[in-house]
Design a protein around this ligand. Sequence first.
Ligand code: PMP
Length: 407
Amino acid sequence: VAGLDVEKVRKDFPILGTQVHGKPLVYFDNGATTQKPQVVIDAEARYYENYNSNVHRGVHHLSQVATNAYEQARQTVASFINAAHSHEIIFTKGTTDGINLVANAMSRRFLKAGDTVIISAMEHHSNIVPWQIACEDNGATLKVIPINEKGELQMEAFKAMLDETVKIVAVTYVSNTMGTINRVEEIIELAHAKNIPVLIDAAQAIQHISIDVQALKPDFLAFSGHKIYGPTGTGVLYGTTEWLNKLPPYQGGGDMIKTVTFAKTTYNELPYKFEAGTPNIAGAIALAAGIEYLQGLGLEKVQQYEEELMTYALQELRKIDGLRLIGDAAHRSGAISFLVHNIHPFDMGELLDQQGIAVRTGHHCTEPLMDLFRIPGTVRASLSFYNTKEEVDKLVAGVKRAASMLL
Ligand code: PMP
């Protein structure tokens, strides 16, 4: 099979043809958000131009067209991750929203004093703080799976933590800071052996790794639309029918109810029980367009190309004098974090920006991880299938030039 035709693919993304500070844009901040192909932009516009209407409400024509498109988007997501039922797909605002939904509902129904919630040392703040709040509200304890110096989870320590007080394990599939791919299959198996549910933060995995929820068997899995070529303000929470039925609703309002009286309200069935209020209709439809676009490219081709690019980028970056990788896991995807000598990441980021190269600098919403490494932050380059080896070369040259100016 032929590989990915990157030059052709790049033309699908209008922004990739633009300039920054008079230089062609080199976009290596895909972990923060990915760029959007024209088909996604068009899908969003088409909704507003042709069938803007509220869903699940009107008998009128436009409302039915909008409802059909919104529910079709749910089907697209369901088949993308191979969910057993489309009602296991809850549309959210993003990963943060999905995790908060689960943490809030678990907190109100399933956590009590003495219980434990397990997360890991490499979690994004959005998979730390909601659990901290849930623990504080119930007198429960947050425990953290430690990592080794390469930025890999210590599985023996995790096994030892799994006692009868543990009510949920919430871990990221891929680290947004270090790119570590965690052994989530094993984590889920170990937890399930003790009847403990598992939430997977797939924010940095969904765009790089094919996920089959019926094979992987997470109880919950959350991701953001904007990191998988879809619009901001969209996201997905997958939950098993069993768990979604067990959880109480998160927000109350329109659409999530069956009947309302002042004495008692009964809740709607899945997935509507968790979708209070008018959803981001255009966003969900455009997110499905992004997923279809990715499927159209061929996930295997995309993955293979991204792996090649990652290997090349690591090989070239390692040659830079004084460059230290932060996190050097054997299995990795997406993000590469580094520091050069004692140069502050912000200074490096600014000089790269002047050359048209977009990277992320700072703690990447993983402050506890930065504390572990005793650093204020990193420079992070995060890759997508539309990046090229030439762009990697520009990044490497840019880092060298910046270092020569700053040292
Ligand atoms: N988890 C991880 C691993 C992430 O990388 C991010 C986004 N940086 C989030 C959660 C939060 O995603 P969002 O801001 O889209 O809700």
